[in-house]
Structure formats: structure tokens, C-alpha cells
Design a protein around this ligand. Sequence first.
Ligand code: AP5
Length: 213
Amino acid sequence: MNLIFLGPPGSGKGTQAMRLSKALGLVHLSTGDMLREAVKDGTVLGQKAEAYMKRGELVPDGLVIGLIEERIGNGGLGNGFILDGFPRTIPQAERLKQMFARNGVAVDHAILLMVDDEELVRRLSGRFYCPTCKAGYNYPAQMPAKEGVCDHDNAPLARRPDDEESVVRKRLDVYKRQTQPIEDFYRHEGMLTEIDAGTSPDAVFASIVKLVN
Ligand code: AP5
């Protein structure tokens, strides 16, 4: 099963990709996670990407395509995969199509998670995580037992720098201008399925499982 998860920031791509990849034994490839790792490690790619990410802008296509080509070229797709956060522009989608054609890979579904803007801002403004164990929290729906501290290891919770409200609104604007056109790209390829992702995480997961089954 090979899947592409599409949707605006905060639509639940990461949450659902993590859950489905565990359930089906798929490789979960998140370009956002890969780029944040590169920033944390201070690699050349990370140094180039950091300023774009902080401003809520897309990292240039050449850098992100190189990152994905390296993973796919190294046989990093296992027996099935979920791409989360890639592609995000038409040139990325076209390049991915060429990479898959070269490697004989067929995509089963491009799943678009749809959520309205105010709910997206609410989700991202409330997102916190534990930098030590990576546990996620969301205020006020999913708060830790003790304010500001991880339930599992007592580490102080952190926020992604791009979850500040003004940056979230910029990311939404960038999505509409630069990423939304790939919805039509996959619609035209006959691969796109839209899912209402404004409901609970369990309900969204159930819709995705129903589709892939
Ligand atoms: P990336 O990390 O991919 O950010 P994003 O797409 O903006 O995605 P998010 O992680 O913010 O949201 P999500 O849809 O995964 O939702 P999540 O499950 O986390 O990219 C970051 C940056 O990297 C980009 O801005 C760009 O600079 C760069 N980048 C990455 N890929 C790139 C590319 N291909 N090209 C160029 N640049 C690239 O959920 C969010 C919150 O909501 C969580 O707290 C979660 O618990 C909660 N939540 C999830 N589902 C629900 C639900 N159903 N109900 C209530 N709460 C929910």
C-alpha cells in the first residue's frame, strides 16, 4: 500500500500517518520531520532550511527533492509507504511522478485531509510536545496532568517555532498559493480522495482505514 497524505498545516497528516503506518507496517516519510532533524543536527541542509521554516515558507524545491531522492534511491520505501508533507508544489509532484515511474512504484491513493482554517489555527496554536520523549499534547483538549510538564518524564514542554499564530496564518496562505494546486494534479491523475478531517482523530482514522481497505 503506497499513500500520499495531503492537507493544510494542522489537518492531521502526521497524526494519522503515524497511526496508519504502525497499523499497516508502512514506512512513514515526513519531510517536515526530516528537515527539523537536519536543523537540530546543524547539517548543511538544516542550515539552509531553517530560516524558511521559521518564516512559515516552503524550503526551496531543489533541497527537498534532493532529500526525498536520497531516501527513495536508498530503497527507503520498504514494502509500502506514507508520504507526509511531500509533494507540496507542482514541480515536486512532477519530479515524484518521474521517480516512481523509474522505480516501478504505483501510488494507491492521494488522501486529502480537509479542515476549516479556524480549526487549523486552533489546533496548531494549542500544540505542545516533549522534546525528550516526543509525546504530543494539545491545549485544551489534551493537557498534561501538570501544567507545562510532560506526563512521562517531567521534561518541560516545548512548541514548534512555526506554531506561533502569525506564522500559522502565513503557512495557511502558503498552502493555498503553492500547495493547493497539487490537489488538482492528483485529481486529474484519478488518485485523489477527500476526507473530512474536522472530526475526532478516531473518526478520521476510521475513514482512512475504510478507504484503504
Ligand atoms: P511540516 O512539519 O510538514 O508541517 P505542516 O504540513 O505544516 O504539518 P503539521 O505538522 O503542522 O500538521 P499536520 O497536518 O501533520 O497535523 P498534525 O498531525 O501534526 O512542515 C514544516 C515546514 O517544513 C514547512 O512549513 C516547510 O517550511 C518545510 N517543509 C516540509 N515539507 C516540505 C516540502 N515538501 N517542501 C518544502 N518545504 C517543506 O496535527 C496538528 C495538531 O492537531 C496536533 O497537536 C494534533 O494532536 C492535533 N490534531 C490532529 N488531528 C486532530 C483531530 N482530528 N482533532 C483535533 N486535534 C487534532
